[in-house]
Write a protein that binds this ligand. Sequence first.
Ligand code: GDD
Ligand code: MN
Length: 377
Amino acid sequence: MYDLTVIIPTFNEEANIRNIVMAVDAVFHEHAIHGQVLVVDDNSSDGTIGIVHELKRQKDNVDILVRTEDHGLSQSVADGFVHAASEVFIVIDADFSHPPVLIPRMYDEIRKGSDIVIGSRYMEGGGIKKWPLKRRLISIGATFLGRLLFPDITDPVSGFFALKKSVVEKAPLKPRGYKILLEVLGKGTWEKDREIPFEFVDREIGSSKLKIKTIVEYAQQVVDISLYSFIHRNNAAWREWKRVFKFGIVGISGIVVNLAILYVLVEFFSTEIPFLGRDIYKELASAVAIEISILNNFVWNDLWTFSSSPARKSTSLWRRLVAFNAVSVGGAVINLGIFTVLNGWFAVWYMAAQFIGILVGFFWNFLVNRRFTWGRK
Ligand code: GDD
Ligand code: MN
């Protein structure tokens, strides 16, 4: 039994495979890690398999799994999970896009109690080198979709990550496409995650195998994980859906408060405003009602929707209140903007225009508050 297994998926990597295996093994030695290198190859037609067999003869911690069915990166990694001879797995590309020197840090975080450790390109200190605009845009889109399911994770589609075997042991993974991490996050059993920044460097040798089909498969995967989270109701994505639901209930309570305050102010307290007259009274009452409903929403979201958010300990109540207020005003502006565009410019029925505005404003409010008001930092 090894301390950990580094899983390297490969398909025609003869130019890189020797160097990456040697680099990983060197890291093991340097940090006194009893590690296994498991190459999972999809029956490469170049020299990859031969080179690994040669390495295997020199080092008994090097192993290879050659697959002949169900070709694919995610499938290969999932197969690696099954065949690895340890309780901790780290997945890394063969083409040096992921720095092997980070392996000990990831392993350390796992030993300190994380279930999953993710190498992130999108957190402070991380980055991407040498990617054309097109790939950057695709990646940003994919990351955005993934973050809808896991908002605390900055890079839920990273290909560089570590996990405990227990996370995936019983998980009904349906691996396909490139994003095995999203599948693991969506269906695995885990509580504590951790991200480590790294700079992704595009391959020097060979070419990337990303295709259009990959993007379609990814969209299917996101839908599948969403459905899974609805049915099983105990994973991280479900925790998120619950928050969306609570946020919606709070939003509805805000509408009730808003209308009630407006009614009381107009019916019972209507009065002349000095210098401005009586006509402006309703507008002022409406503004007061809006602000009070925002305060109402803040209180319930803070105490209920986001009761378990670490931000409630790490930030002051005032900071969260001001942030929530600012985001809510932004949401109202978005609502109004959409109403104006749809109704004013495109002649959409005013009720429909408003409804779409409310929906977009709602998701704006949820996502931005999720991140900035009750986010991790
Ligand atoms: N077994 C197997 N089967 N391995 C594969 C396959 C396959 O069908 N396709 C690619 N690989 C291996 C490659 O040999 C390489 O080691 C690694 O998977 C990544 O493949 P690349 O083709 O170099 O991927 P990329 O650079 O475009 O994509 C990277 O970025 C993604 C995030 O945007 C990868 O790191 C992905 O893992 C990552 O999700
Ligand atoms: Mn690559």
